[in-house]
Design a protein around this ligand. Structure first.
Ligand code: OGA
Ligand code: NI
Length: 369
């Protein structure tokens, strides 16, 4: 009885301190980069993760997707049949692959990475103007840890978020330092996502337009992710383990590295390949494909290098509607392969997503029959 009372007040005391420290950090509006700029050599305790969820830099056996060709790098200039087959295989094995010869000039990729870097590295007083956690309403938001107040431990990264659909953001709302590059990327990434979706559709043995852009790619959210140097990378993480919840993600990363994909219980490095884009399918496509495609679990370890890492994922999702049902496609369901998920609406799915911290957000567990 006495013991219980003591334990309870300790827990409450810690929770209270944590909230205050989170608020103090959020109020700086300078994110993790601000901590590094201030010269810290130890990470604040709000960033400390339990050891079992971390990457062990000492013990790790490094398996690199590129060198050992584990996560495939797919040449989209191959024959159509080849490309469909390779993407189908990768999406159904790992849920992840990289593409080259995807139709976007490498110089445009470099420009985007440079512009996102320029946003984070501009003078504090310029950047601070964009700090807000409600980018859905405003179209553009810069913040650190979108689940800062809901997660058990914060992550070593800052984010600039731009809504690219269903309605494109007003160009004037996009920070000047990256406006032209983001708008250029919006055009390219929309084209590429439609092509990938039609290939994924064919990969299921269906017509190229069975998964339509109108039903699957309407809501588009770009994140410029900034992973500064971390002085204690063995105590925190860049982004906690999760799967993306929507249709698909097209991600551009610079040459620093840190993204890892889980396969057969092991974390595999998704090594940067110059000019390549990383593609992964989300929980929604796993469910719609009745588990033919896999939504790969992934994370980014805290950056141990003196150079900050940039990545730019673009997340594609259906529009939020409450009258349209999603679930395993009837063509993929048979007495031998019964439906593994119930039907649901995107507004259901979104409500579940908003309630959870990132690392617990696998949508497939909510809707599995
Ligand atoms: C994400 C993500 C990986 C990266 O933002 O969902 O997984 O390399 N990012 O930044
Ligand atoms: Ni992700």
């Amino acid at each position: 009885m006495t013991n219980n009372t003591i334990k309870e007040s300790e827990v409450n005391g810690n929770e209270y301190d944590r909230k205050k420290e989170l608020e103090e950090f959020d109020n700086t509006k300078l994110g993790v980069k601000g901590l590094i700029d201030s010269g810290i050599t130890q990470i604040p305790r709000i960033f400390q993760h339990p050891p079992e969820t971390l990457f062990d830099f000492q013990k790790a056996v490094r398996i690199t997707g590129d060198a050992e060709n584990i996560i495939p790098v797919i040449d989209m200039a191959g024959t159509h049949e080849e490309v469909v087959q390779k993407i189908r295989d990768a999406a159904s094995t790992y849920g992840f692959f990289q593409v080259v010869n995807h139709g976007v000039e490498v110089s445009a990729l470099d420009r985007l990475v440079g512009a996102i870097r320029a946003f984070f590295e501009q003078p504090d007083e310029e950047k601070i103007k964009y700090y807000n956690r409600d980018s859905v309403a405003s179209g553009v938001g810069y913040f650190s840890n979108y689940d800062l107040f809901h997660s058990k431990a914060a992550s070593w990264r800052d984010t600039l978020q731009v809504q690219l659909g269903p309605k494109s953001v007003d160009p004037n709302a996009i920070p000047n330092v990256c406006r032209a590059e983001v708008m250029e990327w919006e055009k390219e990434v929309k084209k590429l996502s439609a092509r990938l979706l039609s290939i994924l559709s064919e990969g299921l043995g269906l017509s190229a337009d069975r998964l339509s852009p109108e039903s699957f790619l309407a809501r588009i959210n770009m994140a410029g992710q900034y992973y500064p140097y971390c002085p204690e990378p063995d105590k925190t993480i860049g982004i906690a383990s999760h799967s993306d919840h929507g249709t698909l993600t097209v991600l551009l990363q610079d040459d620093v590295g840190g993204l890892q994909v889980k396969y057969n219980g092991q974390w595999i490095d998704l090594k940067p390949v110059r000019g390549a884009l990383v593609i992964n399918v989300g929980d929604l496509i796993q469910m719609v494909s009745n588990d033919v495609y896999k939504s790969g679990e992934h994370r980014v370890y805290a950056n141990p290098l003196p150079r900050s890492r940039i990545s730019v994922p673009v997340f594609f999702n259906p529009a939020i509607t409450s009258d349209k049902l999603y679930g395993p496609l009837p063509e993929l369901v048979s007495p031998e392969k019964p439906a593994l998920y119930k039907q649901f609406t995107i507004s259901d799915m979104n409500a579940k997503f908003l309630k959870k911290e990132l690392k617990d957000k696998t949508m497939t567990s909510y809707f599995r029959l």
